[in-house]
Design a protein around this ligand. Structure first.
Ligand code: ZN
Ligand code: ZN
Length: 147
């Protein structure tokens, strides 16, 4: 279930926040009363930057998925997502393109492994077939000799 984050201060209930990432938390500052909130945003492979990726606006509506504990932010003006910095498997901050490239490399590696395994299987199969043919030849020979 996804819920909109709303400022909890009495008489405010604004749903626009300035955002900032810090370690595994997302810090929110109410754009109206400046109340501060801190939300766990663990297990994300990116850091949200405090400005919109599309229009550079700096206030966001924030949504929380209660079930999987993820946090989303949408620009309060245009609805786009915040600018993001991605973190690769070594924990290094990279651009989205670099992360994508890295992910593709990993997939290619897995595909290569699979192809390798398939080749091994095929070789095994060829070997079995050879043995089978040899056996058949032997049986044929035996039958011929018996006659
Ligand atoms: Zn507020
Ligand atoms: Zn925007």
């Amino acid at each position: 279930m996804i819920r909109t984050v709303v400022c909890e201060k009495d008489g405010c209930s604004s749903n626009k926040f300035f955002i900032g990432s810090e370690d595994e938390k997302l810090n929110l500052i109410c754009a109206q009363c400046e109340s501060r909130y801190s939300i766990d945003s663990k297990e994300q492979d990116y850091i949200m930057l405090p400005n919109c990726s599309n229009c550079n606006n700096d206030t966001f509506k924030v949504y929380r998925d209660i079930e999987n504990k993820s946090v989303y932010a949408k620009c309060s003006k245009c609805g786009a997502v915040p600018e993001k910095i991605y973190i690769d498997s070594d924990g290094i901050q990279v651009s989205y393109e670099a992360k994508l490239l890295n992910d593709i490399k990993q997939i290619m590696y897995l595909v290569e492994q699979r192809i390798y395994n398939l080749e091994v299987n095929i070789k095994d199969l060829e070997r079995s077939q050879n043995i089978l043919e040899q056996s058949l030849a032997y049986i044929n020979k035996y039958l011929v000799e018996k006659d």
